[in-house]
Design a protein around this ligand. Structure first.
Ligand SMILES: Nc1ncnc2c1ncn2[C@@H]1O[C@H](COP(=O)(O)OP(=O)(O)O)[C@@H](O)[C@H]1O
Ligand SMILES: [Mg+2]
Length: 420
């Protein structure tokens, strides 16, 4: 009896022990699971954060990135890719790479990398047309690691290409502009040396030609220096009171001879006003405009000059509502807080320019084709100087013309007391 009682006692103690052990262990296990779950959740959150970080970077890159599979289904595409090469207005359900992009060439490059086992990387500059505008993009296509996926990266290089083209054109033009007078100077000097100098009349004629070409070279170098200084900000803006009327009169004097010879009627409506801006830069603009008006107006034509003060509201409508077929230059926002603006315009009844050429005015060395400018000397830098000087003075301009029907160049300048 005693024996069985103590057996029951021990069994109960053991059961109790097992029971507590079970409770203890199960809590421990649950705790571990909980810790593990929490740990995984944290890890998941970290991963999510990391993915969002990468997505944010990819979505804000200027380079377009697309990831595609072997069948050319799009897995990922960032907004810049759409901007740089993707076709406009594609239905959202289109997921095939070849339907998304504009460039046949890029498509073929992708095909070649997918079809080949050896090529894993291609880099190429390609061109395509976007609403008649030529676009240039640098494309890089590569296989992503050992996966069956490919990354297509497109960088918009249109702007860089434009700069490169402008640089090449500039060097070609400048070489030509310098070479022509130099060849003439050398040729006539040599003819003089080889005997022509003996004849006084011929000598004078040749020396005049040499002088003419030397002057031309001199104007070209002057214009180039002015343009470079204006573009690079080497010529600082100095604000002072300008008497607009006398500044214009000083410019007109320079062309007095030509005005008389061509019987040009100068219709001068410049009001007697004082205005604060950079005097020599203002004069530079006006001189170039009057020079063009006189140069490109035939005998008996009219050049009309206007200059008066306008308020901010009128200045605002000048830049926001340009007339049909006119071109707005330097579309800068109006200088904040400025209430006083100068309105200035030079209008002529001359040969004018057609709309296509009007769009190009202000480009360095751009002159309307030679039959149009035949007989008129010039460097093709005048309007480029005007354009850049206007930017420095925070002004805007509107240019309007019709071939054979005159030319109007109007601009506004804000009055600036202190350099900002
Ligand atoms: N008032 C104008 N009337 C007609 N064409 C003009 C006028 N002003 C400028 N142009 C055209 O714009 C071109 C560029 O002008 P500009 O830069 O001043 O160069 P340039 O006068 O030295 O040729 C001129 O060659 C001319 O073809
Ligand atoms: Mg000119």
């Amino acid at each position: 009896m005693n024996y069985s009682l103590s057996f029951i006692f021990y069994i109960s103690i053991l059961s109790l022990f097992i029971f507590f052990l079970y409770i203890f262990l199960s809590r421990k296990i649950n705790e571990n699971i909980l810790i593990k779950t929490l740990f995984n959740k944290n890890k998941l959150r970290e991963h999510e954060k990391e993915i969002n970080r990468y997505l944010e970077v990819l979505n804000n890159l200027n380079d377009g990135i697309a990831v595609i599979d072997r069948d050319k289904n799009v897995i990922f595409v960032n907004p810049a890719f759409n901007k740089n090469i993707r076709s406009a207005a594609i239905p959202a359900n289109v997921k095939r790479f070849d339907f998304l992009i504009r460039s046949f060439e890029l498509n073929s490059l992708v095909d070649s990398i997918i079809a080949s086992n050896d090529i894993h990387f291609i880099e190429k500059k390609i061109k395509y047309f976007d609403r008649a505008e030529e676009k240039i993009v640098n494309c890089t296509i590569f296989k992503i690691g050992t996966s069956d996926e490919y990354a297509v990266i497109v960088k918009d290089a249109t702007y860089l290409q434009k700069i490169e083209n402008a640089r090449t054109t500039f060097i070609q033009n400048i070489s030509h502009e310098i070479k022509t007078p130099i060849t003439a100077i050398m040729g006539f000097a040599e003819t003089l040396k080889n005997g022509a100098i003996e004849n006084r009349e011929t000598s004078i004629k040749f020396i005049n030609i040499i002088e003419h070409h030397t002057k031309k070279l001199n104007y070209l170098v002057d214009d180039l220096i002015t343009l470079t200084n204006t573009e690079t900000g080497k010529s600082p803006v100095k604000y002072e009171k300008i008497n607009i009327k006398s500044s214009v009169e000083n410019s007109l004097i320079l062309f007095e001879k030509e005005i008389k010879e061509k019987l040009i009627d100068i219709n001068n409506n410049i009001l007697d006003i004082s205005f604060t801006s950079d005097s020599s830069k203002f004069n530079q603009i006006v001189t170039n405009l009057i020079q063009n008006a006189v140069k490109y107006t035939e005998k008996g034509g009219i050049v009309k000059l206007e200059g008066y003060i306008i308020d901010a509201k009128t200045a605002h409508s000048f830049i926001s509502e340009p007339e049909d077929a006119s071109i707005l230059w330097n579309n800068l926002p109006l200088k904040e807080g400025c209430e006083k603006f100068l309105f200035f315009s030079v209008e002529d009844t001359g040969i004018g320019v057609n709309y296509t050429n009007l769009l190009r005015l202000g480009e360095r060395f751009f002159r309307v084709d030679s039959s149009h400018t035949a007989g008129h000397k010039g460097t093709g830098l005048g309007l480029a100087i005007v354009k850049h000087t206007l930017i420095l003075l925070k002004g805007s301009a509107v240019v309007k013309s019709n071939l054979g029907n005159g030319f109007i160049f109007s601009f506004i300048l804000p009055e600036i007391e202190e350099p900002s």
